[in-house]
Design a protein around this ligand. Sequence first.
Ligand SMILES: [Zn+2]
Length: 153
Amino acid sequence: MELNTAETMEPNMTSKPKKIAEGLFHLPAGNPAEGYLIGARCAKCGLVVFPRRVVCPGCLDRESMEETALSKHGTLYSFSVNQVAPDGFTAPYITGKVDLPEKVRIFAVITGCEATEDALSIGMDMQMVFEAVGRDAAGNELIGYAFRPAEQH
Ligand SMILES: [Zn+2]
């Protein structure tokens, strides 16, 4: 693998938050409350997908996918407690799938609770949040999306 971009050549002396990936979410600087996951909705058949796709997986139309802001609330479909973490992350941690009202299922890290089987229950209300999920090799904070149990009102 070749790594010869300017970014990897220059030492990074100051730590600054970076997104885990481009194109997955919109997060205005200094205003995380305005952020959202970027999905695509098919104008022909109504199917919503995440991440965005050019071709609709439902009706195979190539012109019909339009960018859409996904809901920040959903219900927990499934989860698992992971005892081994990739570099830059801390175990144990929880990953899970959350169903949004748009009928799209999002895979994400689950935060805001203890990393135990008892901390969550299938079908509970979940809320999407942006937060630091780890660090890259240069020590920059990696900002990603996660879901946490929704606050009870
Ligand atoms: Zn479609």
